[in-house]
Design a protein around this ligand. Structure first.
Ligand SMILES: Nc1ncnc2c1ncn2[C@@H]1O[C@H](COP(=O)(O)OP(=O)(O)OP(=O)(O)O)[C@@H](O)[C@H]1O
Ligand SMILES: [Mg+2]
Length: 762
């Protein structure tokens, strides 16, 4: 293992490491190239070098890491850094190594050979390692505790640094139960200084962190929360014609700078990425639903500027040290001011002018409020009552709502929410409310006029909602699940419930165009069928837990279509019609696993998505061609090859549009042909009606018989009648014939609204 480069004019570390400020500055210069300490860095370094415990509160990007990295360089022994995310550790370790500083991390992602090397070095009696990064889970294991004790007994444990220390507090916005396990460190090593670092901690969390870690008479250092280089702005989704164009224009007019967009849900990340890509923005989705290989590629591409925008859930953030992020957008409302501050704080870590833009939507607010009301019951709460916690959660949420719904200075609102006093002159027109007060007031006026707008008051609307909270699959719930976050080892196999949750709760988009409306209506139809108590049989049997429903199949097809779109972007030379190809791939998975059940089907879909993310053009074309041939040879449901001819750049045969509905067999309208042509880059004249649907395929297989089609309500009718239907659903369900696989879908008129005149087969 590499030895640390010798410090200029001295040894590589002394027992106590006491150095003058000048000497410490020269270490900073030598290793990191910076000429002076920032904020309260020097005080924190001096505190721990003198053997004191220290609680250090510095803003995001303030340079907290330096507070333990410099002591590691001037003190004998190893500095142990406890960090919540493997990605964060990996980043820091590789950055330190590139500077010639011996640092390592221990985690499940390390190879056994590397782990052995690290352990050998620690056991050597004279370790070359200066910083060792570990997860809180590892620190709690008896094996690692014994190792640390051995190190300590030999006088080689120099400091314990706890990064993102707010994770220890149930009151913190990122509570991690495993952080509670490190509270015994103070007792275990009474003479070793502990340094707790965080960017976001309100007074209550500060106290909680200090007492949970049993810090002894700590030096408490707090820097201002103000991020003067960030311009804060709120945009109102409900007042925008098209939020996608708005974001795209924002990004384009800013000169295609490095940006992050945060979304609440994985599906929203995929969806927004697709829209942005279509609008010419180089973007990629990043969330826990992607496998680690894809996530690493997305991160690498973004860090090296091959991708301009990462569209991410909160899985992306902590510890990502790209200094020149110029824009951080929130596409959905964050759950608290702390979350917002932490996430928007990823902008401008180089102290250069940057922007935070929060897209506020009333629907987002209602959803988030619902999630929060239901989430407290899911949490582990070792030290507080659930009512107290839930009140705190809602109070935190109302702060961020107030941030959006108020016309006063945004900067002031942020800083004051952390209990810091603010001078009236602080902002200097560096937020939209101070720069364009009239415009902001007028937007708020307009927002008040939006129907069902419950302004400035947390609505009780979802308190008695019958919607199941587990249908919301948000990333911050995953974060509360310690297992999923600790190793970022998140399963690729989405459960059907997730697929359903992503579609049953979304509203009918008002401005999303024909396709989006169509999808929403399709969801309504599925929900309608479910509310009516109908089941969708496979092979004539009632749906059981293992069966693969049509809804799941549709969601899977969508997922595959998204993955194909990403593959197209990644490879550039793929020639196929996404929808048709997605249908082929999904049918392949379905055929293989329809008898075995949902779990296998799901993992086969996940494996196909993974395969699409890493395969070459030839491999993808090969598989799609083989699939097309198979289905053609077998005279199967769809005979349309999905590969688009190179020479013409058009489909050799039309792609199947969607396979969800069974409607009257009519020629497609011109409008429909045009819509599909624009989607699939095909000429309307080359379009013909899709020949067979999955429903037909199933019927051919003898799975279903003919059926009477009931009247399908419009989306609005469906929503308003849902409550009444539920009350009588059981009696109606009894009168419904069983074994009906799929009802007729809504009849779609040109404008995408329901109606009875123009029918088309989709
Ligand atoms: N004294 C300094 N002068 C200039 N740049 C510095 C200084 N100290 C740290 N930096 C740089 O500032 C950036 C942010 O540092 P760091 O990652 O430690 O911030 P942080 O406070 O841990 O932020 P976060 O809360 O987001 O984790 C890094 O790129 C780091 O190299
Ligand atoms: Mg940090």
């Amino acid at each position: 293992m590499k030895k640390v480069l010798p410090l200029k004019g001295g040894s590589a570390g002394s027992k106590h490491g006491m150095k003058s400020p000048k000497e410490l500055e020269s270490v900073l210069k030598q290793y990191f190239g910076y000429s002076e300490f920032r904020g309260r860095q020097l005080e924190a370094i001096e505190a721990v070098l003198s053997g004191r415990d220290c609680f250090c509160l510095m803003p995001t990007g303030g340079g907290k890491s330096m507070c333990y990295q410099i002591p590691a360089l001037v003190k004998t022994g190893v500095v142990l850094v406890i960090s919540p995310l493997i990605a964060l550790m990996e980043n820091q370790v590789s950055s330190l190594k590139s500077k010639g500083i011996p640092a390592e991390f221990l985690s499940s992602t390390q190879t056994t050979a590397n782990k052995n090397k690290i352990h050998e070095d620690l056991d050597s009696g004279n370790p070359s390692l200066k910083l060792l990064y570990v997860t809180p889970e590892l620190v709690a294991t008896s094996g690692f505790k014994a190792k640390l004790t051995k190190l300590h007994n030999r006088g080689l444990l120099g400091l314990v640094a706890i990064d993102e220390a707010h994770c220890i507090s149930t009151w913190g916005h990122d509570f991690r139960p495993s952080y509670r396990k490190i509270s015994s460190l103070r007792k275990q090593f009474p003479d070793i200084p502990i340094l707790a670092l965080t960017a976001t901690a309100v007074p209550k969390v500060q106290k909680d962190v200090i007492s949970s870690l049993s810090l002894q008479n700590p030096v408490i250092l707090k820097a201002s929360f103000n991020r003067p280089n960030i311009f804060y702005e709120v945009r109102y989704k409900d007042l925008l014609d098209d939020v996608y164009s708005d974001i795209s224009n924002l990004l384009k007019s800013s000169g295609n700078v490095c940006s992050i967009i945060y979304c609440l849900e994985r599906a929203a990340c995929d969806d927004l990425t697709m829209h942005l890509s279509q609008l010419g923005i180089s973007s990629a989705a990043y969330h826990a639903g992607l496998n680690s290989k894809v996530r690493t590629t997305v991160l690498d591409d973004w860090l090296s500027s091959r991708t301009q925008v990462v569209v991410a859930t909160v899985a992306f953030g902590m510890g990502i040290d790209r200094q020149d992020v110029r824009i951080v957008c929130h596409f959905n409302l964050p759950k608290s001011m702390e979350s917002f501050y932490q996430e928007s704080g990823r902008a401008g870590r180089d102290q250069q002018p940057s922007r935070s833009v929060l897209y506020y939507g009333l629907e987002d607010r209602r959803r988030m409020e619902f999630i929060l009301r239901n989430s407290s019951s899911r949490k582990q709460q070792p030290s507080s009552s659930s009512t107290e916690l839930s009140e705190k959660t809602l109070a935190d949420f109302s702060q961020i709502v107030d941030y959006c719904e108020s016309s006063s200075c945004r900067r002031k609102k942020i800083i004051e929410s952390f209990g810091e006093k603010v001078q009236p002159t602080l902002c200097q027109r560096t937020c939209d409310a101070c720069k364009h007060p009239n415009q902001v007031s007028s937007h708020l006026e307009d927002l008040r006029r939006v129907p069902n707008c419950r302004f400035n008051k947390i609505s009780p609307v979802f308190q008695t909602s019958s919607v199941d909270p587990k249908h919301f699959n948000t990333e911050f719930w995953n974060r509360e699940d310690d297992v999923s976050i600790s190793d970022e080892d998140i399963s690729d196999s989405d459960d059907e419930e997730e697929a359903l949750s992503n579609i049953t709760i979304s509203k009918l988009p008002s401005k999303g165009g024909f396709e989006a409306r169509l999808e929403a209506l399709e969801r309504a139809e599925n929900a309608y069928n479910q509310a009516k108590g109908q089941t969708k049989p496979q092979g004539g049997n009632l749906v059981d837990k293992k069966s693969i429903s049509q809804t799941l199949r549709d969601a899977s097809r969508k997922r595959l279509s998204g993955a194909l779109g990403q593959a197209k972007l990644r490879l550039g030379d793929l020639r196929f019609a996404e929808e048709a190809s997605a249908t082929h791939l999904e049918t392949e998975c379905f055929k293989k696993y329809q008898k075995v059940g949902k779990t296998f089907y799901n993992s086969q879909i996940a494996a196909t998505v993974r395969w699409l993310s890493s395969s070459t053009s030839d491999q993808i074309h090969g598989r799609l061609e083989a699939l097309t041939n198979q289905t053609t040879e077998a005279g199967a449901a769809t005979s349309s090859p999905c590969i688009i001819s190179d020479a013409l750049g058009k489909a050799e045969k039309p792609a199947e549009a969607t396979v969800s509905y069974e409607l009257a067999k009519t020629e497609p309208s011109d409008e429909f042909a045009k819509t599909m042509a624009s989607t699939e880059n095909m000429e309307p004249s080359k379009m013909s009606p899709p020949e067979k649907s999955v429903g037909e395929e199933a019927r051919r297989d003898g799975a279903i018989g003919t059926m009477d089609l009931p009247k399908i309500p419009s989306f609005r009718e469906f929503m308003s009648q849902k409550g009444r239907d539920r009350a009588t659903s059981s009696s109606r369900a009894e009168s419904q014939p069983r074994g009906i696989p799929r009802k007729a879908g809504p009849v779609i008129s040109k404008e995408g609204t329901t109606g009875t005149s123009k029918k088309m087969k989709l």
